[in-house]
Design a protein around this ligand. Structure first.
Ligand code: CA
Length: 254
């Protein structure tokens, strides 16, 4: 009873547009969007057990109304929905300054790589392919929430560390285990954009956009060539630069 009352109180406080607040119990507020009721129940059960405060919506339209009433910190979003589908909802959220900050983890089916790429380019933060284990989904959500916390805390920080790799953005240099690695301008740019958000998958065209503008023509295809060269130069840390089949690349300690 007391917990319910506290929750209601915490909810009331968060009703300002765009506000995202962790509730009184310190739990992150999630909204799970899925049209299959069994799966939605399962999401609610497992995510609540794993320490999240979970609301649910069975359609994109309902989800949008709920989000505008009270913004969650993160939306677990099935892409295949009747009516407004997940990509459309993601596009609306990421184009609206009031909801842009809400993080999105997509649920996708096998073989939906094209949709995954589209979702990431719209601004979704991560994805999990069905069928997934509830633990994997929870781990992904926690990683995305942690990343956001780290980004807001260290916006002035110019050194990124991913395992043995150090990226010094002021000096424009990359070190592996303290040893400076001799990289081209474009290669450094690729490491920098990936190191900013370890574990986050970026599509080829997102990487191209990030490293473009140095009078160097970088194409989606040439990203692959740069990555091959980068892996070789990074030596034992080359395995950090992971290919995500059909989607893009991420930098993460294996
Ligand atoms: Ca569905």
């Amino acid at each position: 009873m007391l917990e319910t009352a506290m929750k209601a109180k915490a909810r009331k406080k968060t009703s300002a547009p765009g506000a995202t607040v962790t509730n009184a119990a310190g739990r992150a507020n999630l909204l799970a969007v899925e049209d299959e009721q069994d799966l939605l129940d399962l999401l609610q059960y497992n995510l609540t057990r794993d320490g999240f405060n979970v609301r649910t919506a069975s359609s994109g339209e309902l989800a949008l109304r709920m989000i505008r009433e009270e913004a969650p910190e993160l939306v677990v979003l099935d892409l295949m929905l009747p009516g407004m589908d997940g990509l459309e909802l993601c596009r609306i959220l990421k184009n609206d300054p009031a909801t842009r900050h809400i993080q999105v983890v997509m649920l996708t089916a096998k073989g939906e790589e094209v949709d995954i790429v589209a979702g990431l380019e719209l601004g979704a933060d991560d994805y999990v392919v069905k069928p997934f284990s509830p633990r994997v989904l929870s781990a992904r959500i926690k990683a995305v929430l942690r990343r956001r916390a780290a980004e807001t805390q260290s916006s002035d920080e110019v050194v990124y560390r991913v395992g043995d790799i150090t990226m010094d953005t002021a000096r424009h240099e990359v070190r592996v285990g303290g040893e400076r690695v001799n990289l081209t301008h474009t290669e450094i740019g690729i490491v920098q954009v990936l190191a900013r958000r370890p574990g986050h998958v970026l599509t080829r065209s997102q990487i191209v956009q990030a490293v473009q503008g140095d009078h160097v023509a970088v194409t989606d295809r040439s990203v692959d060539v740069h990555v091959v060269s980068l892996r070789r130069k990074l030596g034992e840390a080359g395995g950090y630069l992971q290919t995500v089949r059909g989607v893009g690349y991420r930098l993460e300690e294996p």
